[in-house]
Design a protein around this ligand. Structure first.
Ligand SMILES: Nc1nc2c(ncn2[C@@H]2O[C@H](COP(=O)(O)OP(=O)(O)OP(=O)(O)O)[C@@H](O)[C@H]2O)c(=O)[nH]1
Ligand SMILES: [Mg+2]
Length: 425
C-alpha cells in the first residue's frame, strides 16, 4: 500500500538548501556521503534539494553553525532561487536555531530552519500507521519542541519590542509550555496503557521462537520479509518505509516461528526517537535470533554495520545470536571481481551464473565469517535464499529445542528418529 506517500507536482514541491560542516571529526568524503543521505531524507519527505553548502571548520560554530561569510553566501542563493527551507546536517541546539532564525529575519524572507532530527521526525510522523507508532512520534516531536520553546521564551522576553520580532509574548509562551507539558504527560500515559496491552498480547501468543529483521534503513528488510514469509509488506526505495513493526507467523519444516520486520536505523538517529520507540523495539529486545540485513551495494555499508551494531549495543541486545545477511548482491559490480578457477563447468559448457560468481567471490572476502554467521543474498532476485533459510533453520532448531525439549521425541513418533526433517513447506 503506497497511499501514505504524498505525490506532488514539481511546482508545488518545497525546495531546500542543505548545509554541512567538514570538521576534525568528519572528513570531506564523509560530509559528501552524509549530504547525499540528507538529500535522500529530504526527498522522502517530499522536498527537492537545490544545492548544498559545506564549510571547513574545526567544529561547527556554536552560535550559527557556519561562519558569517558562508551564511551570507547561503542567503544570497536562497533569495535568488526563492528557497523554502534550510536543512542542517547536524542537530542544532536551541540557541543555534534562534540565532539562525534571527539572522534570516534581516533578509525579510520566510525561510524554514530544519535539522536532521526534525526531518527524521517529520518522516516518521508521515509514515506512522498504528496508534502506537503515531503516539510515539508525537511524543518525540513534543519533546524535541519543548526546549526550543523554553529558550526562545527567555530570548524573546529580553528582546521584546525588537524590530521585526513578532513572536508570542511571555504569557503565551508560558501557556504553550504548559500545553506541551500536559500533552507529553498525556502521551506518556497513553503509551503506557498501549504497552501493557501489547505486553499481554505478546504473553498470550504461543511461546514461539522469535526472529527479528534489523538493519540500516533501505537495506531491504521488508523485501526479505516478503520473500521469507510470503506476505505483502510495504517496501519501497525511500528511507523509513517501515515505521511500525510487522509480525508474521511462519512455519518451516514443522517449526513455527514469528518473524518481525522493524523500523530501519540511521546514523544520528535522534535519541528521542529511540527512546519513544522503545516499545516497538521491544520486538527486537525479545527476539531469539536477529537477522542483521546489510546493503552490500551501498558505498558506506561497513559504516552502516557499525551504526546498527552501536544502536543494538545501546539497546542491550548486541550479543544476541545474529546472522549477518548481505543483501543486494545483484548490484555488486561484477567487473571488479577477479575470478579464480573455472567459469566453465566440468562438461566444458555450463557457465557459472553472475550470481554464483559474485557469491563465490564474496565468500573469499573478509566479510565471510562464521561468528556471526554470514550469508550473501539478493532478496529481490531470490538468490541464495535457500542457504539463508538453512542458516536460519540451524538457529531455529536450537532455540525450538530449548523451548520444547521433547520436540525430537515427538518427531520420533512421527518417524524422524534422527531429527532429520524432510524438505519443503
Ligand atoms: N537491487 C536490489 N534491490 C533490492 C533488493 N532488496 C531490496 N531492494 C530494494 O531496496 C529498496 C528498499 O527496500 P525495503 O525492503 O523497503 O528496505 P527496508 O530495509 O525495509 O527499508 P526501511 O523500511 O525504509 O528501513 C526497495 O527499492 C527494494 O526494491 C535486492 O536484493 N536487490
Ligand atoms: Mg521496511
Amino acid at each position: 500500500m503506497k497511499n501514505n506517500v504524498v505525490h506532488r507536482t514539481d511546482e508545488e514541491q518545497e525546495t531546500a538548501v542543505l548545509v554541512a560542516v567538514t570538521s576534525q571529526k568528519q572528513n570531506a568524503e564523509q560530509t559528501a556521503e552524509y549530504l547525499a543521505e540528507l538529500a535522500f531524507l529530504a526527498s522522502t519527505s517530499g522536498v527537492v534539494t537545490l544545492h548544498s553548502f559545506t564549510q571547513n571548520l574545526a567544529k561547527p560554530d556554536n552560535k550559527t553553525y557556519v561562519g558569517k561569510g558562508k551564511f551570507e553566501d547561503i542567503m544570497a542563493y536562497v533569495i535568488e532561487k526563492d528557497v523554502d527551507m534550510l536543512i542542517f546536517d547536524d542537530d542544532l541546539s536551541p540557541s543555534q536555531v534562534r540565532n539562525i532564525e534571527f539572522n534570516i529575519q534581516e533578509y525579510g524572507k520566510e525561510v524554514k530552519v530544519l535539522d536532521r532530527s526534525l526531518l527524521i521526525l517529520n518522516i516518521f510522523a508521515l509514515r506512522a500507521q498504528t496508534v502506537q507508532a503515531r503516539t510515539q512520534v508525537e511524543l518525540a516531536q513534543y519533546q524535541y519542541m519543548l526546549p526550543r520553546l523554553t529558550r526562545m521564551w527567555s530570548h524573546l522576553s529580553k528582546q521584546r519590542g525588537g524590530v521585526g520580532m513578532r513572536g508570542p509574548g511571555e504569557k503565551e509562551l508560558e501557556t504553550d509550555r504548559r500545553i506541551a507539558n500536559d500533552r507529553i504527560a498525556f502521551l506518556k500515559d497513553k503509551l503506557e496503557a498501549i504497552d501493557k496491552q501489547s505486553y499481554t498480547q505478546r504473553k498470550n501468543r504461543d511461546r514461539m521462537v522469535r526472529v527479528s529483521l534489523v538493519g540500516y534503513t533501505n537495506v531491504g528488510k521488508s523485501t526479505l520479509m516478503q520473500k521469507l514469509a510470503k506476505t505483502d509488506v510495504f517496501a519501497e526505495n525511500k528511507l523509513f518505509a517501515t515505521v511500525d513493526s510487522t509480525v508474521r507467523k511462519v512455519v518451516w519444516e514443522g517449526i513455527p516461528f514469528l518473524l518481525t520486520d522493524t523500523v530501519g536505523f540511521i546514523r544520528k538517529l535522534p535519541t528521542l526517537l529511540i527512546e519513544s520507540f522503545k516499545s516497538t523495539l521491544d520486538e527486537v529486545r525479545e527476539a531469539d535470533v536477529l537477522l542483521h540485513v546489510v546493503d552490500i551495494s551501498h558505498p558506506n555499508f561497513e559504516e552502516q554495520i557499525e551504526v546498527v551494531q552501536g544502536i543494538l549495543n545501546e539497546m542491550g541486545v548486541g550479543d544476541k545470536p545474529t546472522i549477518l545477511v548481505f543483501n543486494k548482491i545483484d548490484l555488486f559490480p561484477v567487473e571488479d571481481i577477479f575470478f579464480e578457477g573455472s567459469e566453465v563447468g566440468i562438461d566444458g559448457e555450463v557457465e557459472l551464473s553472475k550470481m554464483d560468481r559474485v557469491t563465490a567471490f564474496l565468500k573469499r572476502t573478509h566479510w565471510q565469517t562464521n561468528t556471526p554467521k554470514t550469508v550473501f543474498i539478493s532478496a529481490e532476485q531470490r538468490s541464495n535464499l535457500a542457504e539463508l533459510r538453512e542458516t536460519i533453520m540451524g538457529q531455529l532448531k536450537d532455540k525450538h529445542m530449548q523451548i520444547f525439549p521433547n520436540w525430537l521425541e515427538g518427531n520420533h513418533l512421527m518417524g524422524h528418529s534422527d531429527g532429520y526433517m524432510p524438505e519443503g513447506e
